[in-house]
Write a protein that binds this ligand. Structure first.
Ligand SMILES: Nc1nc2c(ncn2[C@@H]2O[C@H](COP(=O)(O)OP(=O)(O)OP(=O)(O)O)[C@@H](O)[C@H]2O)c(=O)[nH]1
Ligand SMILES: [Mg+2]
Length: 396
């Protein structure tokens, strides 16, 4: 199997040779792995290109690619593309070209890839990790991590703004680059690629890394612009997520009206108070006074109408969730199974509402309407959550 370590560079003549020299000996610790190094350079004019080209003349495991335009995202994306298409890479890694990343972590990362993880994320923020940057940069690292966790809802990931990662070719091929600002001038590729990997259903493992401040050369990081891009990206993710919630709520609202109208027509021939039929559609079913009682239930017209209208609303909900609300989420398995699951989960809401009414009225001695309102909201979110994790799972 071939592992290509991609090093995006811009003016790194003082570091690049040493970086390559530190990576190559790792192959001794990587059994059955054909280790290659690719420098994807944004047309540096400081001599980086000449240094790498000279090494590659004598070492067929070292490659130089001129990605021409500036941008870390361009170096990363074009570099990996080249590694897959031209160098026939099976596994891809990326690290900085200024000695900030310790190449001895590569075997650790590879171990997890071999164990079946799709992406291994180097983290300065988990136990064992270190971040030897100045205080303002450390604030940025931590601040962005908290912000991304909150805005993306990914509480199990600790690190977002670091480049040191390893992943499979299959994962890279699944990434939707039209949704990533990979041509941006800042380093937004770092968090946005991670987000796209999550969306692609990647199994992710974090390993601790030590990040050393560069000793030579100069920093190309634009922290203020980068911070703005991280904030913008988080808002985009949030909006995208709330779009689904807004659709869910709209379908729910509409289905309430469908439920109410169906119930009215079946039971009374009325839509709310408006008479539309001379007699109820289910006029053949007796009303309460004349209906038969089985055990403790009276099977009257209201009862039958309610069941039909509720099921009608459930079917309506399902059709819209299936084809609109959750259209871009997983539709694994059969439609019938999803429909049965949806029916089952729809019974959860009334149960939650009942519990809430009882708690508010009996235990807290408050008005039952407060209990109902709270119950409706809780039930709705539980339903939404169940839909997301059980019926239409997240791997779009
Ligand atoms: N291909 C390419 N690589 C870039 C570009 N800008 C930065 N890089 C590389 O990306 C890596 C990280 O850039 P750095 O300037 O070290 O940014 P940083 O690590 O956040 O900041 P310091 O280490 O403190 O300087 C280095 O290998 C850079 O050479 C670019 O425009 N194109
Ligand atoms: Mg650096």
């Amino acid at each position: 199997m071939r592992l290509v370590v991609n090093i995006p560079t811009y003016n790194e003549r003082e570091n690049i040779e040493e970086v390559i020299k530190k990576i190559l000996p790792q192959s001794k610790l990587l059994p059955n792995i054909d280790l290659h190094v690719l420098v994807s350079d944004s047309h540096s004019l400081d001599g980086t290109a000449e240094i790498v080209k000279k090494i590659s003349q004598f070492n067929p495991k070292v490659h130089y690619l001129d990605v021409k335009q500036r941008g870390l995202g361009i170096g990363i994306v074009k570099g990996h593309r080249f590694a897959i298409d031209r160098l026939k890479a099976d596994i891809l890694a990326q690290m900085d070209g200024d000695l900030s990343h310790d190449s001895s972590t590569l075997p650790v990362m590879l171990d997890f890839i071999k164990k079946g993880f799709d992406l291994v994320n180097g983290s300065r923020l988990i136990k064992g990790g270190n971040n030897y940057l100045g205080w303002h940069r450390r604030i940025f690292t931590r601040g962005s991590a908290y912000y991304c966790k909150l805005s993306w809802g990914t509480f199990d990931l600790t690190e977002y703004t670091n480049s040191y990662r390893m992943f499979t070719k299959q994962l890279f091929d699944k990434i939707d680059f039209t949704k990533i600002p990979w041509r941006a001038k800042t380093y937004i590729i770092q968090p946005s690629f991670l987000y796209a990997a999550i969306k692609a259903g990647a199994k992710i493992k974090e390993v601790p890394i030590t990040f050393k401040d560069r000793k030579k050369g100069y920093s190309k990081a634009k922290i203020i612009a980068y911070t703005i891009d991280v904030i913008k990206f988080g808002i985009r993710v949030r909006l995208e997520k709330s779009k689904t919630l807004i659709k869910f709520l709209s379908v729910g609202t509409l289905s309430y009206f469908i439920n109410a109208i169906t119930l009215g027509i079946l039971n009374r021939g009325e839509i709310y108070n408006l008479i539309v039929l001379s007699k109820p559609l289910l006029s053949m079913i007796p009303s309460f006074e004349n209906a038969e009682t089985f055990w403790f239930m009276t099977i009257d017209r209201l009862f039958v109408s309610s069941i039909i209208s509720i099921e009608f609303a459930i079917i309506f909900n399902f059709i819209f969730h299936e084809n609109w609300t959750f259209k871009y989420r997983s539709h694994d398995g059969s439609v019938l199974l999803r429909f049965l699951k949806f029916n089952f989960s729809s019974f959860g809401s009334p149960a939650v509402q009942l519990a809430s009414i009882m708690i508010f009225a009996r235990a807290l001695h408050l008005h039952e309407q407060i209990g109902l309102a709270v119950g409706v909201i809780i039930g709705l979110f539980i339903n939404y959550f169940v839909n997301m994790v059980w019926i239409w799972k997240d791997n779009d």
